[in-house]
Design a protein around this ligand. Sequence first.
Ligand SMILES: [Zn+2]
Length: 74
Amino acid sequence: MGALGRLSVLDVHVADVVEMRKTHPCGGKTWEVTRIGADIGLRCLTCGRRVMLPRPAFEKRVKRVLGAPPTAIR
Ligand SMILES: [Zn+2]
């Protein structure tokens, strides 16, 4: 979406849901963003596990950003 320069590859916010390239051992592929910083905090929406990833690793593993979760996801 337009030329954003090299500031950020991904536009993600806390509470956004992201889909990762690799399936979690629990079978889940979607994660909720719980923290944005030098590290990105994620919570697996399937098993609830929390992880922290350095931003470059996160950007490499994320497949797409689904945005704010629909109310159906609980
Ligand atoms: Zn999981």
